[in-house]
Design a protein around this ligand. Structure first.
Ligand SMILES: O=C(O)CNC(=O)[C@H](CS)NC(=O)CCC(=O)C(=O)O
Length: 276
């Protein structure tokens, strides 16, 4: 049996406190003890190691974690320690020009190897009616350009991050590349999350006939920013299998590849996508 888990956090501008919070939640996962579970896929939220500071601090963090990338190695260590596939939401990774970072999702095997990484393509330059008001992610972040699917022995996993959720063509591309699970590590604002989050997640699951594992930031962060929480796992038929509205914790569900195959066979959408 394969278990999907999304961890929900209220991350701080403090890497070691966040690493501790991540370990705490993974230790609580019942599926780590279950003998019939053959693999665990665990998804962390966007900005899982640093959130709620000033935007420029993420660039400083990206610089100070070079050249060996300390952030990546601490996440690899967690994957190995708990013997899990870890989709490590996102961390800032310095670009070669050194003036910006990419908002990068890193995927580790249970042996702690980096299997793949994905740079967030759609950046959140949006005005929102909340205390922050003007989000300008592109000020310090360089956008990615390439859709990524990671092959594992149990499933091909499509990667996305947060605001990407609003761009259905990326998800179609991931489905076309073979994804039967799509991960959505996020930090949706409270205002936009309340209005759109669940609807968008269900739509992406239904139209791509894939499991959606959406892990979220929640609560009020150190800089006053409020995030929506509501981490959830959605079936390829669009059912919410588990949801955590607020507080730190996790949600989990069983992954059944036969369900994806059955739905895609009886209602052929993915094979008819108008994509190259
Ligand atoms: O910049 C950081 O510190 C971390 N990154 C984020 O919080 C990102 C970019 S500002 N947030 C989103 O993409 C929210 C999307 C969203 O809320 C929506 O699509 O409605």
């Amino acid at each position: 049996m394969i278990k999907l888990t999304a961890i929900q956090l209220c991350s701080k501008p403090d890497v070691s406190a966040n690493l501790q919070a991540i370990r705490e939640q993974i230790e609580k996962m019942k599926s780590l003890q279950e003998t019939d579970v053959t693999a665990n896929l665990v998804v962390l939220p966007e900005c899982c190691l640093y959130f709620g500071g000033r935007d420029s601090e993420q660039l400083e963090l990206a610089k100070s974690s070079q050249p060996s990338n300390k952030l990546m190695s601490s996440l690899a260590e967690i994957a190995q320690q708990f013997n899990i596939y870890l989709v490590a939401g996102s961390i800032p990774v310095l670009t070669s020009a050194q003036d910006k970072f990419t908002n990068q999702c890193c995927v580790f095997s249970p042996q702690g190897e980096l299997l793949s990484s994905y740079d967030k393509i759609h950046l959140f330059d949006v005005d929102v009616a909340d205390s922050e008001a003007n989000y300008r992610e592109s000020r310090f972040t360089k956008a990615g350009t390439e859709a990524k699917v990671v092959n594992t022995p149990f499933a091909d996993i499509g990667l996305s991050i947060c605001f990407d959720l609003r761009f259905p063509l990326l998800f179609q591309q991931l489905a076309k590349l073979g994804a039967s699970v799509i991960t959505v590590p996020s930090a949706f604002t409270r205002v936009t999350g309340k209005a759109h989050w669940e609807t968008l997640l269900k739509a992406r699951a239904i139209e791509n006939q894939a499991y959606i594992v959406a892990s979220a930031q929640e609560g009020i962060h150190a800089n006053g920013r409020e995030t929506w929480g509501h981490s959830m796992i959605i079936s390829p038929w669009g059912e919410v299998l588990d949801c955590l509205p607020e507080g730190e914790g996790y949600v989990s569900a069983v992954f059944e590849l036969e369900k994806v195959n059955h739905i895609r066979q009886s209602m052929p959408l993915v094979s008819n996508l108008l994509l190259k």
